[in-house]
Design a protein around this ligand. Structure first.
Ligand code: F6R
Length: 636
């Protein structure tokens, strides 16, 4: 990875003319993290050869986790030594004890320092326990200490959706140094799940300043997932502004943004490549371009003219296709053919232009649901149709979802059980455990079990309501999830075996799964990885030739319209039925623990999203449905 690659690599300049920061896009964050770790390791080794210290500025959060993991691997397996390394962390919450599992001090030790040979005195993380009236001097001293160490040779950064680097929130000054700062609302929302609710997220932090960061000799910023796509676009393509503090990095002369596909997806050259270069017009790109143009001009597909194409960077497409008329009809038909009320295939109908095959007429179907409720939230309408149309539907809840049940909810249930039971020492113990639990304490095994049972019973209420026999509901309890903490284990063989056992037992014709890629460490992504690995292992079996995989999106994002390959309409009645099915997941109503950045309840989000998809289809000139659920096929 070399800085300013764009100015030296022939042909790249045209593509990147909107971009003001050098960036490299990787297929996924794992590959990218390995490259970044290599660069850091090389710097450490180079400094060792020169008999010098290597001063690293480090970040916390989900983005650098795999970089640290790779550095630890290099230390253990390749003998990379950190004896000459001095580190300065960007920030710490305030007030915050070191031993609090939410502290950045704890994070750094858990993910890096405890596993390498760094000299403890060389570790610097801003302290979250300095008395209030000493913070000012403490921050000046932190700056001085960096200077005395020779300045930062390398600074690793993540980026917040507020545009922050470190905790330099919007409004931060270009020349700012280390100081305390009030956290932006978006930042607190994003941290809420780690703190089990926004109320617990500290309001203040100590952070290195913009100037401190900009003085680093080399800077790498990491961003993964579509959640970061829009702030990445603003930072790389927008003006330098205190509204997006990361944009101050535009004039750093040795900086690289390392992105995965999701985080880069809003960059002009990725989102609308026809605006920056000559394109090879694949079918997918044509669909993307035509849908984009129709939305931009607020015109249905059939009304787009030759001039519209020419004026919007698509003249070469027009030449290839002959005329707007031909292209429009072709696109209209393609989009039209994604719509079907028969997600399992329409028996005895010509299926040439349908998303699914018509045979076998009765299919075996597995719907994988990462948590016990994603099935109905994301595809409750399609689930309902599949059952009604006589397919053998199985629901497989991949994780227990126990961590998302609040203590208050759990207490309510166990008190009911105790009242029914009279004296019961194990129930009394659970009540005591819940009452004695301190903030951040991990639930006892019994409490976790109780919370898991609550989610199971809610799920069964919901699947029964949609007409599914209990024997078709599978609770997989994948072990990777069962840490009792937000941080989950890595996928292991036992997770994959549970997945392959179920698939090989049912031999499905259709699999539905949550295709969420927004958060690389999130349960949805890990659950999806578990499926992908299982599919790879089972692929050699003959029955897998008949298995089609459809991905739905979880509670947070919908597929882009041009990505949708199957759209299942819902009538107003079905919308209400789906709502009711979601209501059975009572522990997830009324202020759930993992709300994300949207304070509406799940049923509202799901309904709005399905209505929005229907509106988008209608705006393209297709039929006007109450709601649509969307899927994209995955080929393995
Ligand atoms: C962390 C820090 C923050 C994070 C940013 C992104 O030390 O300074 O700026 O880098 O909030 O967080 P993640 O990586 O969790 O998305």
């Amino acid at each position: 990875m070399k800085a300013n690659l764009k100015y030296t690599e022939a042909g790249k300049f045209e593509e990147t003319r909107f971009e003001k920061i050098h960036n490299v896009i990787f297929k996924n964050s794992d590959l990218a993290s390995i490259e970044v770790a290599k660069e850091i390791a090389n710097l450490i080794k180079q400094k060792q050869q020169e008999n010098k210290t290597c001063v690293l500025g480090l970040a916390t959060g989900s983005s650098p986790i795999n970089v640290y993991e790779e550095l630890v691997r290099m230390h253990k397996e390749e003998g990379l030594s950190f004896q000459n390394v001095i580190t300065f962390n960007l920030d710490e919450y305030y007030p915050m004890d070191k031993d609090n599992t939410q502290s950045y001090w704890y994070f750094m030790h858990e993910n890096l320092f405890n596993h390498i040979d760094i000299i403890p005195e060389n570790i610097n993380v801003p302290s979250g326990t300095v008395p209030q009236d000493e913070i000012y001097q403490y921050c000046i001293d932190y700056e001085l200490k960096i200077k005395e160490a020779g300045g930062l040779d390398f600074q690793l950064l993540g980026i917040g959706r507020s545009g922050h680097i470190g905790f330099n929130e919007p409004g931060s000054h270009y020349n700012s140094g280390t100081r305390n700062i009030t956290l932006d609302h978006i930042t607190r929302v994003d941290a809420a799940s780690a703190f089990l609710g926004i109320e617990q997220v500290p309001r203040v932090a100590i952070t290195m300043g913009i100037s401190t960061i900009r003085n680093a000799k080399r800077v790498i910023l990491l961003a993964w997932g579509i959640n970061k796509a829009s702030v990445i676009k603003d930072t790389i393509e927008g003006e330098i502004t205190s509204d997006v503090p990361a944009s101050y990095l535009q004039d750093h002369d040795n900086i690289t943004f390392v992105l995965d596909e999701g985080a880069s997806s809003e960059l002009t050259r990725i989102k609308t490549p026809w605006l920056v270069k000559n394109c090879i017009w694949t079918d997918d790109l044509i669909t993307k371009a035509v849908v984009w143009l129709s939305e931009l001009l607020n015109k249905s597909v059939l009304k787009i003219t030759d001039k519209d194409y020419n004026n919007n960077g698509m003249s070469s497409l027009l030449v290839e296709q002959g005329s707007a008329y031909n292209l429009n009809i072709k696109m209209f038909n393609k989009l039209q053919h994604t719509i079907t009320g028969w997600p399992g295939g329409k028996p005895n109908a010509d299926d040439t232009n349908r998303p699914e095959r018509n045979t076998p007429t009765k299919k075996r179907v597995i719907i994988f649901s990462p948590h016990p409720d994603d099935d109905v939230i994301s595809m409750g309408g399609t689930f309902d149709r599949l059952v009604e149309q006589g397919h053998e539907v199985h629901i497989a809840y991949q994780t227990s979802g126990n961590i998302a049940v609040s203590d208050k909810e759990a207490l309510k249930f166990i008190e009911v059980a105790l009242t029914l039971n009279g004296e019961n020492s194990s129930f009394q113990k659970i009540i005591k455990d819940l009452n004695d639990k301190k903030e951040y304490d991990i639930d006892t095994i019994e409490v976790r079990k109780l919370k898991g049972i609550i989610r199971r019973k809610e799920s069964l209420a919901s699947t029964r309501y949609l007409g599914l026999p209990d024997k078709n509901v599978h609770f997989l309890n994948l072990p990777f999830y069962e840490t009792g903490k937000i941080k989950k284990n890595k996928l292991g063989d036992s997770d994959i075996k549970i997945m392959t056992d179920l698939i090989s037992d049912i031999k499905p014709h259709q699999i539905y799964a949550a295709g969420d890629l927004a958060d690389p460490h999130g349960t949805h992504k890990v659950s999806l990885d578990a499926l992908f690995i299982a599919l790879e292992q089972l692929k050699p079996n003959k029955y897998m030739d008949d298995c089609w995989v459809w991905l739905y999106r979880g509670a947070w994002h919908e597929w882009e319209t041009h990505e949708i390959e199957m759209a299942v309409p819902m009538s107003p009645d079905q919308v209400l039925k789906k709502r009711q099915a979601i209501f059975y997941h009572q522990s997830q109503k009324d202020g759930v623990l993992f709300q994300g950045d949207d304070s509406r309840e799940f049923w509202m989000r799901a309904e709005d999203r399905n209505k929005e998809t229907a509106k988008k289809y209608n705006d393209l000139g297709l039929a006007d449905y109450a709601a649509l659920e969307a899927f994209r096929r995955y080929y393995f």
